[in-house]
Ligand binder design. Structure first.
Ligand code: CTP
Length: 402
């Protein structure tokens, strides 16, 4: 049943585990089904009996329990849910998830799942601030794990700082937001460009830029998560392929344009690639040698503009074409002009001045520029920018249809 909403809630050890009870109660109020896995440490703080009473379901705990395995295998347990939520998530379970360990039922379910995962960390502030924990969470987020919190406040251990579990109401909102987004773009086709392009100088050298592909990959994943049939055309990037998308890997701007044209028709196109503006038109067929000391003279020629080309594309033009503008000064003014020049519908303008940390970083500060005005979004992660953009896209496409 696709309309049924099922959460697998993993409760790991921590004083905040009692808040999981409130979360279950509120999820049940929203008719969301909850099945619980309680870790051994978690069971020191809450009892299986109270979890079972609130969730109205069996509570699972032991990986090698014969009765549990007979009723529900650990693989099926993780596949049966629409969303896995780890709340509270201790430093230990985050570390195990980052490493891919599977030494109990909770971590085995997390490793075996192909479903989205939300973690709500809660721990002592020093443990939270430790580079190991921060690295682990960054690794998980890069892999597409969502996170909420922790918040700042007094801690059970007597210290003050970040480490408190997000409030059950906020975790509930994140979960209901996930279910509300699900399927919003079903029946729509999306095309996204991402990453840099590599323009060869000779068989071993190329011109490139510092784009990581994070923003474009996140946009593709968000559109796909909302149900769009998504094609990602990506230049060289270290990132894993976003879940649920068809990925076409290219090197050069010309290849990117060809791949984009082949991916049409699409309802929405988002051009997030940092396409090299120029390519070498006298690229050497063989490796250039230093012989004789002469410095090679490169002759550059303009690359096709993929965003402008998709925006102009006659009958095949996607209904909504969105570009990005990377600016270091007069961000909104220059981006407004760029929107008109390229003929796209919306531009997301971002500040990439040195020190902004945008290029290659995980956060982004953007302004959404449309024909009827500018909306400045608060600084947020590239994943959150992607989700918000995908929601705007869904609203636009569905409004137009309705
Ligand atoms: N773009 C593209 N093809 C190109 C160049 C850019 O599709 N050959 C797209 C990018 O994906 C992005 C937008 O156009 O959506 C950025 O436009 P661009 O003119 O490259 O802007 P900047 O990178 O900000 O550079 P400049 O200010 O030098 O114009």
């Amino acid at each position: 049943m696709t309309s049924e909403k099922r959460v697998l809630l993993i409760i790991s050890g921590g004083i905040a585990a009692y808040k999981a009870l409130e979360l279950i109660r509120r999820l049940r109020e929203q008719t969301i089904k909850v099945r619980c896995i309680l870790t051994k440490a978690g069971a020191e703080f809450v009892t299986p009996l109270s979890l079972s009473a609130l969730s109205e379901d069996t509570v699972y705990g032991e990986l090698f329990s014969l009765t549990d395995e007979a009723a529900m295998g650990h693989i099926q347990l993780s596949r049966d849910a629409d969303l896995l939520v780890v709340a509270p998530a201790t430093a230990d379970i985050l570390a195990k998830m980052a490493q891919g360990r599977a030494d109990d039922l909770a971590t085995t379910a997390l490793l075996a799942t192909d479903k989205p995962v939300l973690v709500a960390p809660a721990m002592n502030v020093r443990m939270w601030e430790h580079a190991a924990t921060q690295d682990n969470l960054a690794t998980l987020r890069r892999r597409g794990v969502f996170s909420i919190g922790p918040t700042e406040g007094d801690m059970a251990c007597g210290e003050f700082g970040y480490g408190r579990l997000a409030e059950p109401g906020d975790i509930l909102n994140a979960i209901t937001g996930f279910f509300a987004d699900r399927g919003r773009l079903a029946g729509h086709r999306a095309l996204v460009t991402s990453g840099p392009t590599h323009e060869p100088i000779d068989p071993v050298r190329y011109i490139a830029n510092r784009s990581s592909g994070r923003q474009g990959h996140a946009v593709a994943e968000a559109l796909s998560r909302m149900g769009a049939e998504t094609t990602l055309v990506s230049g060289p990037s270290q990132l894993p392929d976003p879940a649920g998308t068809r990925v076409i890997k290219v090197e050069t701007a010309e290849q990117m344009l060809t791949a984009c044209r082949a991916a049409l028709p699409a309802d929405v196109a988002v051009c997030a690639a940092a396409v090299a503006d120029w390519r070498v038109d006298n690229a050497a067929a063989q490796k250039l040698k230093k012989d004789g000391g002469a410095v090679p003279q490169l002759s550059l020629t303009a690359n096709p503009d993929i965003l402008a080309s998709l925006s102009a594309n006659g009958n095949d033009r996607p209904r909504l074409v969105i570009g990005f503008a990377a600016e270091t000064q007069d961000v909104v003014e220059l981006a407004r002009a760029k929107r008109l020049r390229k003929g796209c519908d919306w531009i997301l303008a971002n500040d990439v001045s040195p020190g902004s940390g945008t290029f290659g970083g995980t956060d982004n500060l953007v302004h959404l520029i449309r024909a009827d005005g500018v909306e400045t979004w608060p600084r947020m992660s590239k994943n959150d920018v992607a989700t918000r953009l995908a929601r705007e896209v869904a609203q636009n496409l569905n409004d137009e249809q309705g």
